[in-house]
Design a protein around this ligand. Sequence first.
Ligand code: SF4
Ligand code: SF4
Length: 164
Amino acid sequence: MWTSSFIGTSTHANEPEVIKATVDAGIWDVVLTSYNFVQEHREDVKKAIAYAVSKGVGVVAMKTRETAAIRYGQSLKGILYCQNCRSCVSTCRESVSVPDLIRAYMYKEGYRNPIQARQTIAELPAGKGLDACTECSTCTAVCRNGIDIPDRVRTLIADNMHWG
Ligand code: SF4
Ligand code: SF4
């Protein structure tokens, strides 16, 4: 069994400043932040979240208690997440297990754990994982929740997430 530990900060005031300081410190894995549509400074929080994501620091949104707020939070690329609905599988020309690839991407990019990413991909049946994607000229897979699947797949291939 793989286990991992992460260190993080949390904030529910001065969020943009705290997020930026967290990222720039260079030692934290993740930041928990308030983020919702009633915040007057939400655009600044949004920019700070984008900055954290661009630097590889994970972001968890807190206090998104209302459904609208949750949808607002999910509208940000950096904190979109796979709900394992599997509706994307039928949009892939090879019926690849796309949610598992998305999970592998999360391990690699979100948790900075390429070993667990490779393990996840290695456990997929032949022809239903990244091996199929490497032979595929154009990714047709579509996520109904807005995750950019072709981008995730390209990144996994480019970073050689196969074993060996
Ligand atoms: S690249 Fe996209 S469409 Fe092609 S096999 Fe992989 S997930 Fe399916
Ligand atoms: S459609 Fe999107 S949310 Fe659903 S399993 Fe596929 S990647 Fe995940």
